[in-house]
Design a protein around this ligand. Structure first.
Ligand code: FES
Length: 178
């Protein structure tokens, strides 16, 4: 079922107005599509983006499959992505992934049976100075310890990411949101 209603199309048109042409808005348009389609990009989502931006489906798929921030498979309501690149690895990312998986009862790449959490590794999140870094939806968490991870998971159970308190050390704009 197609999900781009008038409200979504208006959002896309507003985004498009910031760029020199429709195609240039492809990345943010995919981000909107992923949100509208429940956290991932099924074929219908990519087709709707292609139709609205008047670009080929192949161009949309090429971009969507290149960037890891676009999910090609369904994910849980809370998609936990723990950076496992060099800086974060040196500050315990692998142990943090293992700890998180143990806490959730899943392995990296899996989703909990209730569909609430998906756990994945991620390449550099651009927060190397505060490693290890974790991204959950649109929220960044930095200097994450095992204890902090437990706290985050508890906070997320039954809540939306916006209900979670962002740690004060976050250096992202708008208290860790983008
Ligand atoms: S290496 Fe993890 S944020 Fe850069």
């Amino acid at each position: 079922m197609l999900k781009f209603d008038a409200t979504v199309k208006a959002r896309l048109d507003e985004l498009i107005s910031r760029y020199p042409n429709k195609k240039a808005a492809l990345l943010p348009a995919l981000w909107v599509a992923q949100e509208v389609y429940g956290g991932w990009l099924p074929e219908a989502a990519m087709q709707e983006v292609a139709d609205h931006l008047e670009v080929s489906r192949a161009e949309v798929e090429g971009v969507a499959t290149f960037y890891t921030m676009y999910n090609k498979e369904p994910v849980g309501r809370h998609h936990i992505e723990i950076c496992h690149n060099v800086s974060c690895m040196m500050f315990g990312a692998d142990q943090l992934i293992e700890h998180c998986g143990h806490a959730l009862g899943i392995a990296k790449g899996e989703t909990t049976p209730d569909g609430v959490f998906t756990l994945n590794g991620a390449e550099c999140l651009g927060a190397c100075c505060n490693a290890p870094a974790v991204q959950i939806g649109g929220t960044y968490y930095e200097d994450v310890t095992k204890a902090r991870m437990d706290q985050i998971i508890e906070s997320l159970k039954g809540d939306s990411p916006s209900d979670v308190i962002v740690p004060p050390q976050s250096k992202m704009p708008e208290q860790g949101r983008f």
